[in-house]
Design a protein around this ligand. Structure first.
Ligand code: FAD
Length: 431
């Protein structure tokens, strides 16, 4: 590990306040409005030095520290009563390597901010999820993913990171430190404050979209072929009338979608020039980064579980049966996606090709019985959970599900022996 020595900060003599601009008791809430906190200090570092000064202040004062990205996680990852590091000022692409297909960016860079600058260098992110509002460090910290049987999560593309650890040092982890890199790939914010990251990226590419609305019987009949024959395949199964409208699914089929799927296929196409670009809903053809993101604006709450791909169809049909028989009030579409296996110790995709099942519910309603039943039902399929969404994971479950949990915890303790970067939620899971 390389340590970069930066100058020691000069704290205000005798003043127990951060030596960088801060606010006190500033309330924080997440995008879904189901998580909130009132940190003692909220800092918005503009530079590495300010971030370092804030962490050193917290260590000196015995305060915990958590970073926040775009606040799109609905699990209690961000809460702290100590120092909240709001990273949105540390943004921008810091370098690209066209031949090596790499891009570096500051940690607060949103996924959307990769699009144009990478494209100008002939590069693009290899895959993206349903939105592009997340900061890259936030997306990496929870193994945010898109869909595609051969495509990994954002975390699987992390090749280097520069971060502030719990000793109050700036350190770098690269491919020469695979043990630490696999911990950093999905760290839930517990290794330290990410400052800058390097990702493996792809040559720029255009995607052709194809949206269809098959019955569930047809969806199930072509399940394996659809997964195998498309770069991106994903679907939203609609339990009832009005389901598609709840998520504003574009390209309305103009039909009752009860027990039908809204399926998305994105495949790479070569074009002569950009006059061929099409923005026709349901059959768009455009630069990759313009095709992936949807535009969800109305808050919802989600539980997202990950099962081995061989159980994907059975697990999805079990959830359908649960909705029909016990929770007919649940009308949001059930989203199903696929992600390639990877090596991150705390990655939901660690060691297994995965089918992702996402249950969406309406804020303000009592969705807990539905989520609890789904959690119990899916236990037959050894489910892992999205770290950034509502889940019921406990330490004992993690011990069964993550073969490298002990290695991760050991590395986390090396990086942060005092537990500066833990909150109650993460301490219970990986403390
Ligand atoms: C509408 C919506 C759509 C979504 N779509 C998808 C999807 O398609 N696929 C998917 O997988 N997920 C999806 N998510 C979940 C989302 O991608 C994750 O919750 C992601 O972690 C949010 O990123 P963020 O920048 O908002 O991070 P936050 O939620 O703010 O933080 C997440 C974690 O990252 C840590 N963190 C943030 N910045 C840093 C830093 N600089 N250093 C260290 N740690 C840091 C935080 O401490 C926290 O632990 C969606 C969520 C919403 C609300």
């Amino acid at each position: 590990m390389t340590t970069t020595n930066l100058r020691n900060s000069a704290p205000l003599a005798g003043a127990a306040v951060p030596p960088v601009p801060f606010g006190t008791d500033v309330p924080w809430t997440n995008w879904g409005r189901n998580q909130c906190a009132t940190p003692a200090f909220t800092v918005r570092p503009q530079t590495e030095q300010e971030a370092l000064d804030a962490v050193r202040f917290a260590i000196k004062e015995g305060l915990p520290v958590r970073a926040v990205g775009s606040g799109h996680s609905s699990s209690p990852l961000v809460q702290t009563g100590g120092v909240l590091m709001e990273m949105s000022a540390m943004t921008g692409i810091t370098g690209t390597d066209k031949g090596g297909r790499r891009a570096r960016a500051l940690a607060g860079t949103t996924i959307s901010a990769f699009g144009d600058p990478l494209w100008e260098q002939g590069l693009a992110l290899g895959n993206q999820g349903d939105i592009d509002k997340q900061q890259i460090a936030g997306a990496l910290s929870t193994s945010t993913h898109g869909s595609g049987k051969d495509l990994g999560s954002f975390s699987s593309s992390l090749r280097w990171v520069r971060l502030i650890n719990g000793h109050g040092e700036i350190v770098e982890i690269g491919e020469g430190q695979l043990r630490e890199l696999r911990a950093a790939q999905v760290a839930l914010g517990t290794l330290g404050i990410f400052l800058e990251v390097e990702l493996a990226v792809e040559d720029s590419y255009y995607l052709q979209e194809q949206i269809t609305y098959p019955s569930w019987a047809k969806t199930a009949a072509t399940w394996n072929a659809d997964i195998a024959n498309n770069r991106h395949y994903s679907l939203l199964w609609c339990p009832g009338e009005g389901s598609a409208e709840l998520l504003d699914l574009p390209g309305s089929p103009g039909q009752n979608m009860t027990n039908h799927s809204y399926t998305k296929r994105y495949n790479i196409v070569q074009i002569q020039d950009e006059s061929e670009i099409s923005r026709t809903e349901g059959s768009r053809l455009d630069r990759s980064y313009r095709i992936y993101p949807g535009g969800f604006t109305t808050p919802f709450h989600e539980l997202e579980y990950f099962v081995p791909t061989e159980h994907g169809l059975a697990a999805t049909e079990a959830i359908q049966e649960l909705i029909r028989t016990r929770h007919p009030d649940q009308k949001y579409p059930v989203e199903v996606r696929w992600v390639n296996a990877d090596d991150g110790y705390m990655s939901q995709f660690q060691g297994r090709d995965t089918t992702v099942i996402t249950l969406t519910t309406e804020p303000g309603t009592d969705y807990w019985p539905f989520f609890r039943d789904a959690d119990a039902l899916l236990q037959d399929f050894e489910p892992r959970a999205h770290w950034g969404k509502i889940h019921f994971m406990t330490r004992s479950r993690l011990e069964r599900l993550y073969p490298e949990l002990d290695t991760f915890i050991q590395i986390r303790r090396e990086f942060d022996p005092r537990g500066v970067f833990l909150n109650d939620h993460t301490r219970a899971l990986v403390g």
